[in-house]
Design a protein around this ligand. Structure first.
Ligand code: SAM
Length: 213
C-alpha cells in the first residue's frame, strides 16, 4: 500500500469540495480542447482510464457520451459518488491510483487532469511511468498540471488546506518523456477558477502518445 498520508489528505480536500470544484473549473477551454483532441484519436468504443476522475465532468461525461468505455478512479468517496450519479454511462471506483494494479497495454487513452499535485515527486514520476505502460502502442495520454517548482508547499486552495508538490514546466515535460511517452504538443494558459477564494494559476496540458507497435 502507498504511504497513506497523501491519500487521506487528498480524499479529505476533495470530499469537502465536491461539486464546488466542478463549478470553479467548468469554464476551462483548455480542458475542453484537450478532450476534443482525445476524441479525435480514440478508436470507436475506446477504453479510457481517467485518473482522479473528480465529479465526472467534463472528462468522463464527454468521453462516455461519445461511446467510449471509461473507468474513473478517485480516492475521494464523495467525488466517486457524484461521478457515478452524474455520469451513469461510465464506471467509477474509489481507490488510490498508487495502489491500483494496471495491466500493460490495456487502455487506448489515459487522462490525468490535475491529479498529481498532492503526491511527492518520486510518486508522480513512478505513476506516470506505470500509466505509460498501461497504454496500448500508439495510445494517447493527456496530462494536465499546475507547473510550479514547489515541493511540499502548504497553502489554501478554495478554502481547503493543501500541501502541493509539482515541477517547473520543462521538468514536467522531462518526466513524461522519461516515462517513455512522446509529447506531441503542449498548451500553457493562465486559468482563474470561478471561486472567491481561488487565485489565477498556470495550467500546462501535455498531449502525449506511446510509441507505436
Ligand atoms: C484537482 S481534482 C481534478 C478532478 C478532475 N480530474 C478534473 O480535472 O475535473 C483532483 C482529483 O484527483 C483525486 N486524487 C488525488 N490523489 C489521488 C490518488 N492518489 N488516487 C486517486 N485519486 C486521487 C482527488 O480526489 C480529486 O478528485
Amino acid at each position: 500500500m502507498a504511504d497513506d498520508d497523501h491519500g487521506r489528505r487528498a480524499a479529505a480536500v476533495f470530499d469537502a469540495l465536491g461539486l464546488a470544484y466542478e463549478k470553479a473549473f467548468a469554464h476551462s477551454e483548455a480542458h475542453r480542447a484537450s478532450l476534443e483532441w482525445l476524441l479525435g484519436r480514440l478508436p470507436p468504443g475506446g477504453r479510457v482510464l481517467d485518473v482522479g476522475s473528480g465529479t465526472g465532468h467534463p472528462t468522463a461525461s464527454a468521453l462516455a457520451a461519445a461511446g467510449h468505455d471509461v473507468l474513473g478512479i478517485d480516492v475521494s468517496p464523495v467525488m466517486v459518488e457524484l461521478a457515478g450519479r452524474q455520469v451513469p454511462g461510465a464506471s467509477f471506483r474509489r481507490a488510490d491510483i498508487r495502489d491500483v494494479p494496471l495491466q500493460d497495454g490495456s487502455f487506448d487513452a489515459v487522462c490525468v487532469y490535475f491529479t498529481l499535485l498532492q503526491m511527492d515527486r518520486a510518486e508522480q514520476s513512478e505513476l506516470v511511468r506505470r500509466l505509460a505502460r498501461a497504454l496500448r502502442p500508439s495510445g494517447s495520454l493527456v496530462l494536465a498540471t499546475v507547473p510550479l517548482d514547489v515541493e511540499g508547499v502548504e497553502g489554501v486552495f478554495m478554502g481547503q488546506r493543501v500541501r502541493v508538490t509539482s515541477f517547473a514546466p520543462e521538468d514536467v515535460v522531462a518526466l513524461v518523456r522519461d516515462a517513455g511517452l512522446t509529447v506531441l504538443s503542449e498548451h500553457r494558459v493562465m486559468f482563474a477558477p470561478a471561486h472567491p477564494d481561488a487565485v489565477p494559476e498556470p495550467h500546462l496540458f501535455l498531449y502525449c502518445a506511446r510509441a507505436g507497435a
